[in-house]
Design a protein around this ligand. Structure first.
Ligand code: SF4
Length: 233
């Protein structure tokens, strides 16, 4: 891993008026604005902007394909090293999540069931819980995160950040039901019968894609998604 001095890195940014990095980000992160706030010591303000734009900012800053997005488009990269914005973003977003006390919006008296606690489910849970909806997340595994936990190795994405998100969601009143696969014992109809006003299904894609070549069933072969679920086994 390459260590960088975040302050020096942010000072290298040209704070472009028409930044090439920003439109290259799938969620249009306001990169020069965030860097400027960070340089001014206003990192919590920067963290709030990042979170409100993308509640998964602390995660995306670790696992996005930066080379093809912000860093790959940075003007500094034409003749030298691009600005390592993901490292700056990760610092800001993680600090923000550690410090923030989210306020729950006025109770809407509406219940929403979220099936799956992967990135989509977690994002929606934050957005709706902050607006005052009653959220229950049904997760098929024993812990939150979905593909973030069971499909991305821990050295790339530490589970600590998922634990931090879980704590914040619990504080917002979100309830979790683990080891509960909707469609087996409990169905979507059961959820609607129990007066959930809406059901969001973000169950992910857990099935491996067959290559349809000879040898796929042999003992020493493993599909990538299955391997990533338990790389130590
Ligand atoms: S990160 Fe690069 S492209 Fe974006 S504002 Fe800074 S110097 Fe400009």
């Amino acid at each position: 891993m390459k260590f960088i001095n975040l302050k020096e890195e942010s000072e290298r940014c040209l704070l472009c008026k028409a930044p090439r990095c920003q439109p290259a980000c799938p969620v249009n992160t306001e990169i020069p604005r965030i860097i400027k706030l960070y340089m001014d010591g206003r990192y919590l303000e920067a963290g709030e902007i990042l979170f409100e734009n993308n509640p998964m900012s602390a995660v995306c800053s670790l696992i996005c394909p930066f080379e093809d997005q912000c860093m790959g488009s940075c003007i500094r990269g034409i003749k030298g090293e691009p600005i390592d914005f993901p490292k700056i973003e990760n610092y800001i977003s993680t600090k923000y999540l550690e410090k923030v006390e989210f306020l729950k919006g006025k109770n809407k008296n509406k219940k929403v069931a979220i099936v799956g606690s992967g990135p989509a489910g977690l994002t929606l849970a934050f957005i709706l819980a902050k607006k005052g909806y009653g959220i229950t997340i049904f997760e098929g595994h024993e812990k939150i995160g979905g593909v973030l936990r069971y499909g991305v190795p821990n050295f790339r994405l530490s589970n600590d950040i998922l634990g931090l998100m879980e704590k914040k969601l619990i504080k917002l009143g979100v309830k979790f039901r683990f080891n509960e696969i909707i469609g087996n014992t409990t169905t979507v109809d059961d959820l609607l019968k129990d007066s959930y006003d809406a059901v969001f299904i973000g169950s992910g894609v857990w099935n491996a894609r067959k290559l349809n070549i000879k040898g796929e069933t042999l003992g020493h072969v493993s599909y990538a998604i299955n391997y990533l679920k338990s790389p130590d086994s």
